[in-house]
Design a protein around this ligand. Structure first.
Ligand code: SAM
Length: 242
């Protein structure tokens, strides 16, 4: 695993974060050292998917990056006849995802799509994964996407949504940010790396509160919405279509 040191040298101006070649190259290390509980969430996505997946249906991984979530689902469901649809609008991510999935799940049915997840028709789905992706969409279009996912899910199907959270109370929000930064420090990131990464991502990753997510999922049509994971300000929800 290549080490992420993209923000280790002081930059004159910090450009907005993008999922380009340089990021894709170090992404597994960046995710593991930046998202508290990332490896746990990935492993549990497979476990949760196994509980809700339906044979002869589709599993969508929206914002798939390198395919870690799809791989986890496949590891728990390989005896079923599933079609995996992996979507990302970063060509650098999709290219690497293709070779990883070909290597680790060569016999599975996998369709890789390099496009905006907002343009993807969802059909015959039993599991849809949005693992740390919704937060990169404009706030105004998030509900439209969730409604589209709800429409394309079969009855009994689930959406699993993982996100960085915002807190309404500024002091509480600051406390969670402090804990998160301490987590990054414990994983070897310097203060310079933490502050430059923060500057790069703050206009790109726009978090919502837990309450906003729950309300929006309900408005999209989901009858059961449960928070199943949280580590500091990183959380995952499961929403079931009745
Ligand atoms: C934090 S990463 C997701 C991590 C990945 N789901 C995992 O579990 O390892 C966010 C991904 O979403 C993709 N993305 C962001 N906005 C997108 C959009 N509108 N359409 C498609 N992909 C998008 C980015 O290119 C990036 O690969």
């Amino acid at each position: 695993m290549k080490q992420d040191n993209l923000f280790s040298v002081e930059k004159e101006t910090v450009a907005d974060f993008s999922f380009d070649e340089a990021v894709a190259d170090v992404f597994p290390d960046m995710l593991r050292r930046s998202i508290p509980g990332y490896e746990n969430i990935i492993a549990m996505l497979g476990v949760l998917a196994r509980c809700h997946v339906q044979d002869n249906t589709r599993v969508y991984d929206l914002g798939c990056s390198l395919g870690a979530a799809t791989l986890s689902v496949h590891r728990q469901t390989r005896e079923l006849s599933l079609q995996h649809i992996c979507v990302d609008n970063s060509a650098a991510m999709i290219k690497r995802c293709a070779s990883t999935l070909k290597r680790h799940m060569p016999a599975a049915s996998v369709e890789l799509i390099c496009d905006d997840i907002q343009r993807i028709p969802i059909k015959n789905a039993s599991v849809v994964l949005l693992n740390f992706t919704l937060q990169f969409l404009p706030k105004t279009t998030r509900l439209v996407l969730l409604k589209n996912i709800y429409k394309g899910l079969n009855s009994g199907g689930v959406l699993i949504l993982s996100e960085k959270l915002l807190y309404d109370d500024a002091e509480v929000n600051q406390l969670f940010i402090q804990w998160h930064h301490e987590f990054k420090r414990a994983n070897g990131y310097s203060d310079l790396e933490i502050s430059q990464k923060r500057a790069a991502i703050e206009n790109v990753l726009i978090p919502d509160t837990l309450n906003t997510h729950q309300t929006r999922l309900t408005e999209a049509g989901f009858s059961h919405v449960h928070q199943w994971f949280q580590a500091f300000n990183f959380s995952s929800l499961i929403a079931v279509k009745a």
